[in-house]
Design a protein around this ligand. Structure first.
Ligand code: FES
Length: 249
């Protein structure tokens, strides 16, 4: 029986016996992920219109502005959430297919003749995902603080569209983070018997919740991508004076 390397060489890039429009799966990823990447890069470099009243754009949180730093403050912090998303197991599948065509889809010939997995530079860096998760958990706490602070206007409780946008964003980011494969592994991986380890009952409960969320990880990956972009866009529009904040309370 031929091994996978032989099969790839025999079929060649793009060759397939599939009769469906497999390439249609790639288009949404190219459009949405590509569009978000362009928007996020522009916003990160813009360096202005990132806060208004109690609102702070998630692209700029935590806001760190040292005197010696001449560029946008977003550049100092965005590498962490960016690294978390870029090394996410789901996003890898999406952008390996859509942008690297490696492979373009199941049972479709890929451009490489040799499969090395993620064992060599630069893809070996994908193994840093667990460490980006630790950073993402810190960011989550900070963004929850921002979302709660967004309900306080000059010391008084209030609700604006921006408050709701930041709240929806952090809820979806929380679902995305706690549905992470690495998080699930941290709480439940390597444990064959929960009742045999310390805090086994709690770990089992967290692991079961993480497992439930994990089944929907792809959904949370996309929803949180939209929410973070839209929350930033709303703050930008208000901060730049393009629109006025709508206060509901
Ligand atoms: Fe997607 Fe960890 S696997 S965030």
């Amino acid at each position: 029986m031929a091994d996978s390397r032989t099969r790839i060489e025999q079929t060649g890039f793009g060759a397939t016996s599939r009769r469906d429009a497999w390439w249609l799966e790639l288009l949404p990823v190219i459009i949405v992920l590509g569009g978000f990447s362009i928007y996020a890069t522009w916003r990160a470099l813009e360096g202005q219109h990132y806060e208004w009243g109690p609102y702070l754009s998630p692209f700029y949180s935590p806001l760190i502005k040292p005197d010696w730093w001449p560029l946008s403050p977003a550049i100092l912090i965005l590498w962490a959430p960016l690294g978390f998303r870029a090394t996410c197991y789901y996003y890898r599948k999406a952008y390996y297919r859509a942008f690297l065509l490696d492979p373009p889809a199941c049972s479709v010939g890929e451009p490489r003749h040799r499969y090395r997995g993620e064992t060599a530079f630069p893809l070996i860096l994908q193994n840093l995902h667990r460490y980006f998760l630790y950073l993402a958990l810190i960011f989550l706490v900070i963004l929850w603080y921002d979302a709660i602070a967004a309900f306080w206007f000059d010391g008084s409780f209030g609700i604006g569209i921006g408050s709701l946008a930041l709240l929806a964003n952090i809820v979806l980011l929380s679902f995305y983070t706690f549905s992470c494969h690495s998080f699930r592994h941290i709480v439940g991986g390597k444990v064959d018997c929960f009742s045999c380890v310390g805090l086994g009952g709690s770990r089992r409960a967290i692991w079961r919740s993480a497992s439930f969320l994990n089944e929907h990880h792809m959904l949370f990956a996309w929803l949180s991508l939209f929410s973070v972009g839209l929350a930033d866009l709303y703050v930008r529009l208000v901060a730049s004076g393009s629109i006025q904040d709508v206060r509901l309370l």
